[in-house]
Ligand binder design. Structure first.
Ligand code: MTE
Length: 370
């Protein structure tokens, strides 16, 4: 695994393929996640790419199929977009705690990170190729190879053509001003802001404009949503809801579960995110299970990026349980009860986050260190 350039403190969920997330504290350090701390989600080994022979092909329902070298891509107008990637499996640890999920990575709340992506607009490439009538979806294929039984195939997925034409969708070759790390898709990846992370295909090698969504395993089977009573034995894959836009979600990062805080004014902090081109409008916390809510102060709010939120409270010594919920610009909010949205793959957990913590006696001013 080429994990060069990654932070030694990442929580490694899996070594092969490499899957890792930062700690809650690291995640909340800065609104733009440093590259070495950005979570990594891989389904297969990181492919080695020869930049000289590398070509991106654009095929399917286009007037003029293209074969682009990296220099061809670099010659197109460069743009940057701030976008948060969130895995559909983010917050799965809480899903496991309710009811076990078989064979999936038990992500904490940190399968999410934010970066300023640099690259070219997908729409610019589609315009050069000339999209033909009847086209509805843009399917992407990565260079990483997977094996299932005796079948070998590459990772892939698709987004609707309407989304592909939006100016925020990039073929990215830079992350926070630096070249993409191999782990994050060097030399070129799709960045589909507002969509689940799986649609941002890394090590991009082919773009196919087509009438139907991608038939790739990761679009046609995995990353689909099922009702709580469906399991791996009873599942009819065709009946699942194909995941695309993220839903509204939030996490409590401070305090952490079981932490003891000094009484007096204390801060509860976390992040919130939503999907499509919607924005987070409000985050609230409750200390009585959702009867009364206190509104949080939000950091800068923009589409495609998370925001950080903070609530300052005076709490009595004792044990407290805090829950949170975010609201977005379509007035969507998070469900209270995980049981109602539990699914056997553990995707899209956006149930209220809950953290139990203790407040100790106040630290007297003359006893405070330093
Ligand atoms: N692209 C390829 N080619 N192979 C992959 O395994 N994982 C996807 C997506 N793109 C993946 C991929 C998933 S599930 C997510 S959440 C994001 O990449 C994670 O991107 P990151 O590893 O840069 O954080």
């Amino acid at each position: 695994v080429n994990t060069r350039g990654k932070h030694p403190d990442l929580i490694v969920q899996q070594q092969h393929p490499f899957n890792a997330e930062p700690t809650l504290t690291q995640l909340l350090q800065a609104p733009t996640t440093p590259n070495d701390l950005f979570f990594a989600r891989n389904h297969a080994p990181v492919p080695a790419v020869d930049v000289d022979s590398y070509r991106l092909s654009v095929t399917g329902l286009v007037e003029k199929p293209l074969e682009l070298s990296l220099d061809d891509v670099y010659r197109l107008p460069k743009t940057t977009v701030t976008a948060t990637l969130q895995c559909a499996g983010n917050r799965r640890k809480a899903v496991f705690a309710y009811k076990h999920v078989v064979g999936e990575v038990p992500w904490g709340d940190q399968a999410i990170s934010n970066a300023v992506w640099g690259g070219v607009r997908l729409s610019a490439v589609l315009e050069r190729a000339g999209v033909l009538e009847g086209a509805q979806h843009v399917a992407c294929l990565g260079l990483d190879e997977l094996g299932q039984g005796d079948k070998r195939f590459n990772f892939g997925g698709s987004i609707p053509l309407k989304k592909a034409r939006c100016e925020e969708v990039l073929l990215a070759y830079e992350m926070n001003g630096a070249p993409l790390l191999p782990l994050h898709g060097f030399p070129l990846r799709l960045v589909a802001p507002g969509y689940i992370g799986a649609r941002s295909v890394k090590w991009l090698v082919q773009i196919c404009v087509q009438q139907t969504p991608s038939s790739n395993h990761y679009q046609a089977r995995a990353y689909k949503l099922f009702a709580p009573h469906i399991d791996a034995k009873t599942v009819d894959w065709d009946k699942g809801l194909m995941l695309g836009e993220m839903s509204v979600n939030s996490s409590i990062c401070v305090p952490e579960e079981g932490e003891t805080l000094a009484s007096g004014k204390l801060e509860i902090k976390g992040y919130a995110i939503t999907g499509g081109d919607r924005t987070v409008e409000r985050v609230e916390v409750s200390l009585d299970g959702g009867l009364r809510w206190v509104e949080a102060r939000l950091s800068r709010v923009e589409p495609f990026a998370w925001c950080f939120w903070t609530v300052r409270l005076d709490l009595e010594p004792g044990t407290h349980c805090v829950v949170a919920r975010a609201w977005d610009s379509a007035a969507n909010t998070q469900p209270e009860d995980l049981a109602k949205i539990w699914n056997f793959k553990g995707y899209m957990n956006n149930a209220w986050p809950r953290v139990a913590f203790d407040v100790g006696p106040a630290v007297r001013a003359d006893k405070r260190p330093g």
